[in-house]
Design a binder for this molecule. Structure first.
Ligand SMILES: C[S@@+](CC[C@H](N)C(=O)[O-])C[C@H]1O[C@@H](n2cnc3c(N)ncnc32)[C@H](O)[C@@H]1O
Length: 445
């Protein structure tokens, strides 16, 4: 890998001379900082950190973000060149960079989308890098670097400042390429960030991917840095992309620290379904006698919401449901009066029920359909065993609130969490089987 990489340094990048010099300078600064911090190639090692902690030579750092505020932690040149060439090979025009820091890798991304646009005869406005950074001082420094790089770079970058889970919540176009430049921030020289373990940087990766998933173009490429050296931090992301029937096909390239490359290939609608209908809902064949609802009929539980993104976050991040379908007002789910709604369908793909959340855009609040749940409107899920406390924590992290149920029965047999709209979900440790419950009840009479 090293030989190829050093050759690529001279041949793999098309850029004006002053941009090359700028990049060389910024890479040197970044590497010097990393060497001083003892981060070495590919980020920290969890074993080194644990050993240091055990031996007492390490002090937990109270504030990781403060320590990192003036640090580049830039993608190394060989990885940046690979990413640049991947984007060029794909002809990608829309790239999201999750974690921009001082904007070094962003320069490569901007050069690539700009060159793709001009070779495809596209307008400048059709190519863009959506860069994201939550540290204002880093964002300011990144802008300085892009200004120094000049027009060929600066005009393609849209920097969104703030927490990525907020800044990418709306106005995301179809995405061709994502760069997750992250690491598990465990060691920093002789300091250990054990108190923040799993809470900084890498944990943003999976929620960000889920946020962007609906905007990914088939064939989109997702690169994640340090997936080997920071595998503990990436564990939820790796489990998600490598799960059975995952739409991602992933290889890990042997760069220092490990660089994963996933291609997004969403499952196609099975052929028998495409033949039956081009519409979302699958219409049953005509049946002269008509049909009545029965045990196997699928159920939709529909509710109003105040914020579709919040509802998505709660049920997807908290309960691993998936987005089955989503349409925005521009996508026109409207009735005869021209009334428009945003809606989202959430569910577990194998379940016989799903949830729908509708956002009513009626301007007059008195007539808008808003959530008005009571404490007895419950969605009870029978888990059939003890409730995993991690699930409860995830629901709370995803915007839920654990509450005391009105009926003590639910407190005895489960946990109750309010979703961001105030609808209550009970995770009950009990089991429920209709026919058994009925048989027992009849026998007891
Ligand atoms: C490894 S650095 C990115 C380096 C950059 N890609 C480069 O090569 O120059 C990761 C950056 O992500 C930022 N970051 C971490 N969590 C974030 C979040 N939740 N939202 C936005 N930015 C975040 C950090 O402040 C840090 O600057």
């Amino acid at each position: 890998m090293d030989n190829t990489a050093s050759q690529a340094h001279t041949t793999g990048l098309r850029a004006p001379a002053h941009v090359r010099s700028l990049l060389a300078h910024l890479h040197t600064l970044s590497l010097d900082q990393e060497n001083q911090l003892g981060l070495g190639n590919g980020g920290p090692s969890i074993n080194k950190a644990t050993d240091a902690l055990r031996s007492g030579s390490a002090q937990p750092a109270r504030n990781f973000d403060d320590t990192m505020r003036d640090k580049f932690i830039a993608l190394t040149e060989d990885k940046a060149l690979f990413v640049y060439n991947m984007i060029r090979a794909k002809g990608a025009l829309t790239v999201v960079e999750a974690g921009t820091s001082f904007g070094v890798s962003t320069i490569y991304l901007a050069l690539a989308v700009g060159q793709n646009a001009s070779s495809a005869g596209k307008m400048q406005s059709e190519a863009r890098v959506i860069a994201t950074e939550r540290e204002p001082t880093k964002a300011a420094k990144a802008r300085e670097h892009w200004k120094m790089a000049g027009e060929t770079v600066e005009q393609y970058i849209e920097l969104r400042e703030g927490d990525i889970l907020q800044t990418l919540r709306s106005d995301v176009p179809e995405v061709d390429f994502i760069l997750f430049d992250s690491m598990l921030p465990l060691t920093c020289g002789h300091m250990i960030f054990a108190d923040r373990l799993y809470t900084v940087w890498t944990p943003m990766v999976l929620p960000t991917l889920k946020l962007l998933e609906l905007s990914l173009k088939p064939g989109a490429v997702i690169i994640a840095d340090n997936v080997v050296s920071s595998k503990e931090g990436y564990s939820d992301f790796l489990a998600y992309i490598n799960r059975t029937e995952s739409p991602y096909s992933t290889v890990t390239l042997p760069y220092p620290g490990g660089l994963s490359m996933s291609t997004f290939r969403p499952m196609l609608v099975p052929e028998d379904l495409t033949e039956r209908t081009s519409n979302l809902e699958i219409f049953a064949p005509p049946d002269k006698t008509g049909r009545a609802p029965e045990a196997k009929s699928h159920i939709r539980i529909a509710r109003p919401t105040r914020d579709i993104g919040e509802a998505q976050r709660f049920y997807v991040d908290g309960l691993d449901m998936q987005v089955l379908y989503r349409v925005t007002a521009e996508g026109t789910a409207h009735d005869a009066s021209g009334h428009v709604d945003d809606l989202i369908m959430l569910g577990w793909p194998d379940a016989s029920w799903h949830l729908e959340f509708v956002l009513d855009h009626t301007e007059d609040a008195a007539n808008a359909c808003l959530p008005r749940p009571t404490v007895e409107d419950l969605l009870v899920v029978y888990v059939d065993g003890p409730i995993d406390r991690n699930v409860l924590q995830r629901l709370v992290n995803a915007g839920g609130r654990e509450v005391r149920p009105k009926n003590p029965y639910w407190e005895q047999w489960g946990v109750t969490v309010e979703d961001p709209d105030g609808y209550r979900i009970v995770l009950s440790q009990r089991q429920w089987v209709n026919k058994e419950v009925r048989a027992r009840w009849i026998a007891s009479k």
